[in-house]
Design a protein around this ligand. Structure first.
Ligand SMILES: [Zn+2]
Length: 314
């Protein structure tokens, strides 16, 4: 009996003595949005937990920094974000509050993998994305880069590398986590590719051009967007235009996003052959943590599949 208690006691004591030290010594990492937070959390597993800024159903567009966010930024060792085109709310605070932190700006480190914004034909201009006014630093690219698992693999690699520099003691752990995560991401990509292959050719429309990287990864046939300001209901004329577009393009499904009322979508497709679905590029309802990236992409694929197969196939 005593033999068993001793190691237990030791584990307990060592654990309770070491735990505060480990927590204290973990780098303080702040991440802007949930899918990226999930990847960073995966890299940090066993060392510490990154803090998430834009939580729940909140949108990075038009997000307002809270006092607790400002505190987190001013204490951070590392801040991971996409870039000013997506999280315009971070632009100023990063220059002031986040001055002492290292930054991992994904549009910078993945600059050679960015896709240009689609503006012609049936792709309507983004109404909510910050333009790179004046500074000339950022081209006109689509900032929703996390929706391609192959880019997620790169995000994981960049995160592990920078964390290893900031916190060399845990470098082997970051590397090990990154390797495991990258293998899972590669497997996810292969799975989604096989899953989505049968619906590749079917035309669909989205509410805003957030899925370009996902489409490119799986060769999907998104043919346009219906940009709608979630704050304002479209007028009768606008709805007429949208119906025309749906008919013209022979659209199978119109996908909205969680912040839109289902009734609005029903009004838009009235009198057309299109069905409806919902896609969520951020994972509003998902609990934050390493698994939410996988849940987000699986849900995206499942919802797309359901909408594109339509009622005829079910
Ligand atoms: Zn967007």
């Amino acid at each position: 009996m005593r033999k068993k208690i001793l190691p237990l006691l030791c584990t307990f004591l060592c654990g309770s003595l070491l735990l505060p030290a480990i927590v204290w010594s973990a780098p303080r990492v702040v991440v802007s949005i949930k899918p990226i937070h999930a990847l960073v959390a995966g890299v940090m597993q066993g060392v510490g937990e990154p803090q998430l800024l834009v939580k729940g159903g909140a949108s990075p567009h038009g997000y307002v920094l809270r006092p607790s966010d400002a505190r987190a930024l001013s204490r951070a060792d590392l801040i991971v974000w996409v870039g000013p085109q997506l999280e315009s709310f971070l632009k100023k605070p990063l220059a002031t509050l986040g001055k002492r932190a290292r930054q991992l700006q994904l549009t910078k480190v993945l600059a050679d993998r960015l896709l240009p914004l689609r503006k012609s034909g049936s792709w309507e201009e983004h109404q909510h994305h910050e333009r790179a006014d004046g500074d000339g630093e950022h081209g006109e690219f689509n900032p929703h880069l996390w929706l391609d698992p192959r880019l997620a693999e790169q995000i994981v690699a960049k995160t592990a590398a920078i964390l290893g520099e900031i916190d060399p003691v845990h470098r082997p752990q970051y590397q090990q986590n990154a390797t495991r995560l990258q293998a899972r991401l590669a497997a996810l990509h292969a799975r989604l590719k096989a899953k989505l292959a049968p619906v590749k050719h079917i035309p669909f429309i989205v509410f805003h051009d957030a899925y370009q990287y996902f489409e490119a990864a799986y060769g999907l046939n998104a043919i346009g967007s219906i940009s709608i300001d979630p704050e304002r209901k479209p007028g009768a004329r606008r709805i007429r235009q949208m119906r025309q577009k749906i008919k013209q393009l022979n659209v199978r499904c119109v996908f909205s996003e969680p912040q839109f009322e289902p009734r609005l979508l029903a009004t838009i497709i009235e009198g057309t052959d299109a069905g409806t679905g919902v896609l969520d590029p951020l994972g509003a309802d998902l609990p934050a943590g390493p698994e939410s990236y996988f849940q987000l992409l699986n849900a995206l694929a499942d919802n797309l599949l359901a909408g594109l197969r339509g009622p005829a196939a079910s």
